[in-house]
Design a binder for this molecule. Structure first.
Ligand code: PEP
Ligand code: MG
Length: 592
């Protein structure tokens, strides 16, 4: 008996979460983070000041090391991954943690190493106990910073994965961001981890670096043996320990096919995407900073469909000065020329910690709290500054496209428009002439989809945020791997809400886009084409495949698929329908 991987008696196949696509076969190396035996000694009162200074020096060294790492992240990843390292730096400057360390050294007379360990362990335990995936992620961040600080206090050289000289698959319980970044790309062919989710920091970084990876495997670090052969299919989340000959040839065949498909799709990434029966769908890019915008046109982007401006804020943990915002938005407008650029107002809160605002820290349920537009209308100065910055950046050009996140009620749109008009008048009084911006809304809360016909009369465009729409419809936290099976953008309940938004936009004749991850999944993008979306926006790496899809699929066929999906009863049925559809129209895309 064998499964689809042709598994044999001696091999063992594990299913995890595929977080970074690609296929690799190589020798397993087990990696375990080193445990530091930091000395715990009581210090004499006369040594207290010296101990505090020792800690300050080690913190400064740590800060400098993190800065170097951040520059590396900036080089390899164009988006928000650098925010992970910024988060580490913020731990070093955190006032509460500093006060705790002070207490340990000045009041309890603990040496610096002991103090760091005590304080880190206290917060790590609290974060882990919370049971929330996001807090577990923060526990990992804290432990990464604490280990670095301890090493610097003890004068121990950093021991990162990397001493390997032959191609290998790294097997570990988990990797910290520093460890992930230190992986030598020339030899590490894939990474497989016991822990992690689609959005965990290690996963985000591996995707950005381009190392195939499967996470959430549970016990792979106990089952694998260093030196044994291991095969990884990062797209499908499959890991085979000790693969047999048939499994190997199956996987290597898949890898070769995938490579040649990716190459040929990339060759056709330029130009417009029009269905064979003449319907144009604009394929745009999602960006998190101005850093990567200059290469977007070469990536095939026909505009920026979503500029996640909150990452500008998260990078420093502070409100972004108006002139800095103007520079970032102007860079996006300049890079895109005549192509549309949609700038989203700060979508802070939820899983996007907002440093100085204190958002999330004091809320029981940040995803349902003072998040996003709710925060901006609560603290209008931040909103006014951003609206002004966007309008200033677009002065002299076409009207700006401003996108409001998390609109749940029409009053929020109406109020924001009033504020925008006031900002426009202020600018005119100061001699800055701007055209009235187009004000669009994200449809990402079920209430917005359900009242879309009213919102469409007041909004200048819609952009469906399927990531949040899925979590709010399915009541499944998008960051929690324990409910990942329920977080299903293909669920008919989500699709029906998307369709309500689409129909409302069509009858009000306003542009209709979608900028969630769903747009980059070929089988689901086909359904969106069939619902009549004018534009789809996604990570730049997905653009070639989605353009190929649009060029291969007649609108009439996509519409029939959408109708069938909408009358289905489960996500599984929808996925089966869309798989069959791709097999008929663009089979190549099934191999990605
Ligand atoms: C969404 O919710 O689908 C979206 C695009 O926004 P974000 O992922 O930034 O919440
Ligand atoms: Mg969202």
């Amino acid at each position: 008996m064998s499964n689809s991987y042709g598994q044999t008696a001696t091999s063992r196949t594990l299913q995890g979460i595929g977080v970074s696509p690609g296929i690799a076969v190589a020798t397993a190396v087990l990696y375990r983070s080193r445990v530091y035996n930091a000395p715990a000694v009581e210090i004499a009162p006369s040594a207290i000041e010296h101990e505090w200074r020792r800690l300050a020096v080690a913190s400064e060294v740590t800060r400098r090391q993190l800065k170097v790492i951040r520059e590396r992240v900036d080089e390899i990843a164009s988006s928000g991954e650098a925010g992970i390292i910024d988060g580490h730096m913020m731990v070093l400057d955190d006032e509460i943690i500093t006060a705790d360390l002070h207490h340990e050294i000045f009041d309890l007379h603990h040496n610096a190493e002991w103090a760091v360990r005590e304080v880190a362990n206290k917060y790590i335990a609290q974060f882990q106990e919370s049971g929330d995936a996001l807090f577990r992620e923060r526990a990992d961040d804290l432990s990464d910073v604490a280990r670095r600080l301890l090493r610097n206090l003890m004068g121990v050289k950093e021991e990162l994965p990397g001493a390997w000289d032959r191609p290998c698959v790294v097997v570990a319980e988990n990797l910290t961001p520093s460890e992930t970044l230190a992986l030598p790309r020339s030899v590490v062919k894939a990474v497989v981890l016991d822990r992690g989710s689609l959005t965990s920091h290690a996963a985000l970084l591996m995707r950005a670096i381009g190392i195939p990876a499967v996470v959430g495997l549970g016990t792979v670090s106990q089952e694998a043996v260093s030196g044994q052969q291991i095969a990884v299919d990062g797209g499908n989340g499959v890991v085979v320990l000790n693969p047999g000959r048939r499994e190997l040839s199956h996987l290597l065949g898949l890898a070769r096919m995938r490579e040649s498909i990716v190459e040929s799709l990339r060759e056709r990434r330029g130009g417009e995407a029009v269905t064979p029966d003449g319907v144009r769908v604009r394929v745009m890019a999602n960006v998190e900073s101005a850093a990567g915008v200059s290469s977007l046109v070469d990536d095939g982007a026909e505009g920026i469909g979503l500029f996640r401006t909150e990452y500008l804020w998260m990078a420093s943990g502070k409100p972004v000065p108006e002139d800095e915002q103007v520079a970032a938005y102007r860079a996006a407008f300049d890079a895109m020329g005549d192509r549309p650029v949609i700038i989203r107002a700060f979508d802070l809160g939820g899983d996007k910690f907002a440093g100085e605002t204190g958002l999330c820290e004091s809320e029981e349920n940040p995803f349902l709290g003072l998040r996003s537009l709710r925060y901006l209308l609560h603290d209008e100065d931040v909103l006014r500054m951003q609206l002004r910055a966007i309008m200033r950046a677009s002065a002299g050009g076409a009207p700006a496209n401003i996108l409001l996140p998390m609109v749940a009620d029409i009053s929020e749109l109406v109020r924001t428009r009033e504020i925008m008009e006031e900002c426009l008048n202020d600018l005119a009084e100061n001699g800055v002439e701007c055209k009235t911006p187009r004000l669009g809304i994200m449809v990402e809360v079920p209430s917005a989809a359900l009242t879309a016909q009213f919102l469409a009369k007041r909004a200048d465009f819609f952009s469906v945020g399927s990531n949040d729409l899925t979590q709010y419809t399915m009541a499944a936290d998008r960051t929690n791997e324990l409910v990942a099976h329920l977080y299903q953008p293909a669920h008919p309940s989500v699709l029906r809400l998307v369709k309500m938004a689409a129909d409302a936009a069509k009858s009000a004749s306003i542009p209709l886009g979608l900028c969630g991850e769903m747009a980059s999944v070929p089988g689901l993008a086909a359904i969106l084409v069939g619902m009549g979306f004018d534009s789809l926006s996604m990570a730049p790496t997905s653009i070639p495949a989605i353009k190929a899809l649009i060029r291969a699929v007649p609108f009439s066929a996509a519409k029939a698929l959408a109708d069938a999906a909408l009358s289905s009863g489960s996500a599984a049925t929808v996925l089966e329908l869309s798989r069959d559809f791709l097999a008929r129209h663009v089979p190549d895309l099934l191999s990605l």
